[in-house]
Design a protein around this ligand. Structure first.
Ligand SMILES: C[S@@+](CC[C@H](N)C(=O)[O-])C[C@H]1O[C@@H](n2cnc3c(N)ncnc32)[C@H](O)[C@@H]1O
Length: 234
């Protein structure tokens, strides 16, 4: 499992949000949150599990909206950040964080209405096994994102500390089929890589984002997207 060790370090966990979601990275955080909200729809009283929840960006957001949510992650330091976030957002009593392995979820079959994972499948050596486990504990919906092979991400993927698994569209369709999932919707975004956005000031990033959107609107533009969001039903 790529990155399982990496995210156990206190300094990595402490810097996680600041490194990725400040400057132009704010646009990424906003877009990812929107992708989760669009996919899950109204969440009030919905039983939701987020696997690999990290510092709880989405867990806290969904708790604020009334979801009955559990955030699970294998890293204690990442969860510590999540607990601090929940405390400052005033939702600590409205969510549950658990330390655990997404490959062996400590829940019975069909326990949740929806199970989702963001920025997780690029770390997975055996995505089919994780997807199977997500399906087992969900009664309705599974949502996740992938980083795409045919994209600008390949330019710097090799330089990332733990590398990352890049997917083709066919591969994801194969994974969904194997898991018995029916694709409801897919969105493809970010022609320019996340790594570039997070290095530049927000204003410059906003201009780049407009160019990004323009490219994606061109015929075949979506094929250049570096990220895909997959919304599936059982
Ligand atoms: C890139 S971070 C993403 C965190 C969060 N989903 C987000 O988008 O901000 C990947 C997370 O996956 C967690 N992780 C890695 N392997 C895991 C496993 N087998 N089970 C549960 N969590 C795992 C790491 O600890 C880390 O918090």
């Amino acid at each position: 499992m790529k990155g399982q060790e990496w995210y156990q370090a206190d300094d990595v966990a402490e810097e996680y949000d600041e490194k990725r979601f400040s400057k132009g990275g704010r646009l990424i955080d906003r877009r990812e949150k929107q992708a989760v909200l669009d996919a899950l729809g109204p969440v009030e009283d919905k039983r939701v599990l987020e696997i690999a929840c990290g510092t709880g960006r989405f867990t806290a957001m969904l708790a604020e909206r009334g979801a009955d949510i559990v955030g699970l992650d294998i890293s204690g330091p990442m969860l510590k950040q999540g607990r601090e976030r929940a405390q400052s957002a005033g939702v600590a009593d409205h969510l549950e964080y658990m330390r655990g392995d997404a490959g062996r979820l400590p829940f019975p079959d069909d326990h949740f209405d929806a199970v989702f994972a963001m920025r997780f499948f690029h770390l997975a050596d055996t995505p089919e096994a994780f997807l199977e486990e997500m399906c087992r504990v969900s009664s309705e919906q599974v949502f996740f994102d992938t980083f795409n092979g045919f994209s600008t991400r390949t330019i710097y993927n090799w330089a990332l500390p733990m590398g990352s698994r890049l997917y083709s569209e066919q591969e994801v369709h194969g994974l969904l089929d194997t898991a018995g999932l029916r694709l409801v919707s897919a969105e493809h975004d970010w022609v320019f890589p996340y790594g570039l956005y997070r290095e530049i000031p927000n204003q410059v990033a906003s201009a780049l984002r407009r160019v990004d959107g323009g490219i994606r609107k061109l015929p075949g533009g979506n094929r250049l997207a570096s990220v895909s969001y997959w919304n599936a039903r059982l």
